[in-house]
Design a binder for this molecule. Structure first.
Ligand SMILES: [Zn+2]
Length: 215
């Protein structure tokens, strides 16, 4: 099974990716991991990518696409397929990927989309508070601590991650909508998209994913 997983920040993509990887024994990789590996191993593509990131520039699609293709061609255990997280991020990347893999064992056959309304994501993310001491996670809207701003476990003050504010999240959600929605529309035409209602209890979401992948 070759799978792309897509979802906005806070959609639960990470949690379900690791579960899918374990359940179906997939090669799970994020584009971030592929970038880091290429840069660490000083591959030709890694060197090119580094030249862009060092200047604070985005790595061009052409380099990203080649890195992903190289990675997929050299999977340690290719027979179970892959689960890619964070790719393709744009329609151009999707089209290039199609060109590179058409008719091969590497062509994608499922696109899982974790659907959560943006207002729910906003509450999930901007409401998140953590305890730096014990790692406990709260949400001021859904799972608040007994006393505001204080950890139930050890009484330490709770903190909010810098990126978890409304403004920063809005930028990320806008970017997701602008870039990723055309990608989803593209795969919808191919009939391989599974929309998962991810605004439910975790225990209800998982069976829908398993069901989607079995069809
Ligand atoms: Zn704590």
């Amino acid at each position: 099974m070759n799978i792309f997983i897509m979802g906005a920040p806070g959609s639960g993509k990470g949690t379900f990716s690791s579960r899918m990887k374990d359940e179906f024994n997939l090669n799970h990789i994020s584009t971030g991991d592929i970038f880091r590996a290429n840069i660490a191993n000083e591959t030709e593509l890694g060197k090119q990518a580094k030249a862009y990131t060092e200047k604070g520039l985005l790595v061009p699609d052409e380099i990203t696409n080649k890195m992903v293709a190289d990675y997929l061609k050299n999977l340690k255990d290719p027979k179970n397929g892959y689960l890619l997280d964070g790719y393709p991020r744009t329609l151009d990347q999707a089209l290039a990927f199609e060109q590179m893999t058409k008719g091969s064992d590497l062509a994608v056959d499922h696109v899982i989309v974790m659907d959560v309304p943006f207002d729910v994501l906003t509450k999930r993310i901007t409401g998140r508070r953590t305890c730096k001491k014990c790692g406990a996670i709260y949400n001021i809207y859904t799972t608040p601590p007994k006393q505001e701003g204080v950890c139930d476990v050890d009484g330490e003050p709770l903190s909010q991650r810098k990126d978890d504010n409304e403004e920063s999240l809005k930028t990320r959600l806008d970017e997701y909508a602008k870039n990723t929605e055309p990608v989803i529309a593209y795969y919808e035409k191919e009939g391989i998209v599974h929309h998962i209602d991810a605004n439910r209890d975790v225990n209800e979401i998982w069976p829908s994913i398993v069901e989607a992948l079995k069809n």
